[in-house]
Ligand binder design. Structure first.
Ligand SMILES: [Zn+2]
Ligand SMILES: [Zn+2]
Length: 115
């Protein structure tokens, strides 16, 4: 079967999508485990879009190594973080209404931060 890009990960301003395929697959696994379709609030970001949303200059989103998953309730937050940790994610950012996950090996391992 031909690989179909998942548009949820593309940059919303220009449609570019350099999301890392490994990350994409991991998110699909989280989705399976969460038992529902997830909202990706940010995937790949081009430089321009990253500046617009106030992302850091070294944001892993710029390299397609990070995703933000929208979470609107505590149980979904638990499911997403729980599944992410079981799948081996060890860089997790927790926002009020999203969870950031990245696979950026150039940054600290085994950290959870808040926004
Ligand atoms: Zn863009
Ligand atoms: Zn993020």
């Amino acid at each position: 079967m031909e690989y179909e890009p998942d548009k949820r990960f593309e940059c919303p301003c220009c449609g570019q999508n350099w999301i890392d395929i490994r990350l994409e697959r991991l998110v699909w696994h989280i989705e399976e485990r969460a038992g529902e379709k997830l909202v990706i609030t940010s995937g790949y970001r081009c430089e321009k879009h990253n500046r617009k949303v106030g992302g850091s200059e070294t944001s892993s989103h710029l390299r397609g190594l990070a995703v933000d998953i929208g979470v609107d309730r505590s149980r979904l937050r638990y499911r997403v973080i729980g599944a992410a940790i079981r799948l081996g994610f060890h860089r997790i950012g927790v926002g009020k209404d999203f969870v950031h996950l990245d696979i950026d090996r150039q940054k600290d391992a085994r950290v959870i931060w808040i926004y």
